[in-house]
Design a binder for this molecule. Sequence first.
Ligand code: FES
Ligand code: FES
Length: 158
Amino acid sequence: MATTNISITVNGRQHDLLVDEKETLLEVLRDRFDLTGTKNACSYGACGACTVVADNEAVKSCLLKPEKYNGKNILTIEGLADGNNLHPIQDAFIKAGAIQCGFCTPGFVMSLYALFTNNLDASDDEIKAVLEKHICRCTGYEFIWDAAKLAQKMLKER
Ligand code: FES
Ligand code: FES
C-alpha cells in the first residue's frame, strides 16, 4: 500500500501526517481529525454534503486525495464560528428556517462561504449556480435560498 507524507492546515492548525493512497480528504477530516461536521452522503460527488473550503475554493472532499492539498489551508464547518458566535451564514440558515435534519447544511454553508469570500456581490444567478451543486432531502430549497440571500445581506452589513 503506497503512503505519502503530507502537511495540511485544518481550521488554522497545521498537521503532518501519513496518508494512504486509498484515503480521501473526507476520510482524513472525519476519521483522523474527528471533524464530523463534514458529511458523507453519496461518496461520488453528487450531493455536496462533503464540501469544505480549500484555499478559498469550495471542494467536494469525498472525491479528493489529501496529497493534492499538501501545504494548503482547509476550512471545515467547525472552523467557521468565532467562539460562541456563529458565522453570519450559519446564523442566516437558522433565522431563515433552512435547517431540518441538518445533514446537508455544512455543505451549503461552506459553498456559500467560498462564494461570498470571493465575491460578496455575487448575483442571484451565481448564488443559484452554487446552490444547485447541493442536494437537500428535507428542508425545501426556498428556505435555503432565503438563507443565502439573508447571509449575503448580513455579511454586507457586518
Ligand atoms: S458525499 Fe461528497 S458529494 Fe456527496
Ligand atoms: S436539512 Fe435534511 S437534508 Fe437538508
